[in-house]
Design a protein around this ligand. Structure first.
Ligand SMILES: [Zn+2]
Ligand SMILES: [Zn+2]
Length: 313
């Protein structure tokens, strides 16, 4: 037996004894969990917003661990290897995986851990498609730094910074300074924007945004539209990254972007937002959305290992 955090229905989780995971397929691995974290998505599950999560499911989709056992078809991982357990599992073979779009894997991959199969908030877990879903961690990278690459950093980087095509000299506005917003601020810096502006409802989070690399911070109550216009000679932002997930926040983003600019939505929504096409149709803007694919995970691990981005995040 082992201890695990088990979802028992909306508003109810227990830390309880459950059976040890077993290999179920030749491409599986069993991993001992050494470090784990939680995600805003776990809170959505706990509220009952994700009905496909069944009672009895072990939660969690982010971990660092050690490979204990591999199935007969696993060729690239040995027992004892320290690995990052990514939030996304990919078969590596379907049409989406072949394009690096692992989040949409057609063979029971994608976001499955702590969702459709048992997850990481346990002493041990089974990982499907181990060769293409686990990432050996370079010696120079600590468990704590690597753990942020299981979900939060690739999500902010791929769905925010890369989808938003952050480019040299851009003004980048990040709406929301929670973990995703902070990771977006940090990774936007890879592309030399001229200024990064953080917007949030809480001063404490804006203080964190400054530590993560924001040049300007604006409270939502302090007229962010006027502040962004003043910082951009009246044009608006080149890139706006939405990192909250409520309708008001998305609609604010559409008022902050310059004509021809880009809005990269990262937020997870429980309610519909209004798209004001009557104002936007002439503005040539691009709006992107996405679930993380984790195609950037090897790059981000290499940046931690080489010291190109400091750790911990
Ligand atoms: Zn997550
Ligand atoms: Zn696939």
């Amino acid at each position: 037996m082992m201890k695990a955090l088990v979802y028992e229905g909306p508003g109810c989780i227990t830390w309880t004894d459950v059976a040890l995971p077993q290999l179920q397929h030749p491409r599986d691995a069993i991993v001992r969990v050494d470090a784990v974290t939680i995600c805003g998505t776990d809170l959505h599950i706990l509220k009952g917003d994700v009905p496909e999560v069944q009672r009895g499911r072990i939660l969690g989709h982010e971990a660092v661990g050690t490979v204990l056992e591999v199935g007969a078809a696993v060729t690239g991982l040995a027992e004892g290897t320290r690995v990052l357990v990514s939030c996304i599992s990919g078969c590596g073979r379907c049409r989406f995986c072949r394009q690096g779009v692992y989040g949409q894997c057609l063979n029971e991959g994608g976001w499955v851990l702590g969702h459709l199969i048992d997850g990481t908030q346990a002493e041990f877990l089974r990982v499907p498609f181990a060769d293409t879903s686990l990432y050996p961690i370079p010696d120079a990278v600590t468990d704590r730094a690597a753990l942020m690459l299981a979900d939060v950093v690739p999500t902010a980087y791929e769905v925010g910074v890369l989808n938003g095509q952050v480019s040299p000299t851009d003004t980048v506005v990040v709406v929301g300074s929670g973990p995703i917003g902070l990771a977006a601020i940090k990774t936007a810096r890879f592309f030399s924007p001229s200024q990064v502006v953080a917007i949030d409802i809480a001063q404490s989070r804006l203080d964190a945004a400054r530590r993560f690399g924001a040049d300007h911070v604006v409270l939502v109550d302090a007229d962010p539209e006027a502040a962004v216009l003043e910082l951009t000679d009246g044009f608006g932002a080149d890139v706006v990254i939405e990192a909250v997930g409520v309708p008001e926040s998305f609609e604010l983003c559409t008022r902050l972007v310059r004509p021809g600019g880009r809005i990269a939505n990262v937020g997870v929504y429980g309610l519909p937002a209004t798209l004001h096409l009557e104002d936007l149709w002439t503005k040539n803007i691009t709006i992107t959305t996405g679930l993380v694919d984790t195609y950037s995970t090897p790059t981000l691990l290499a940046m931690l290992a080489s010291g190109q981005t400091p750790s911990p995040w």
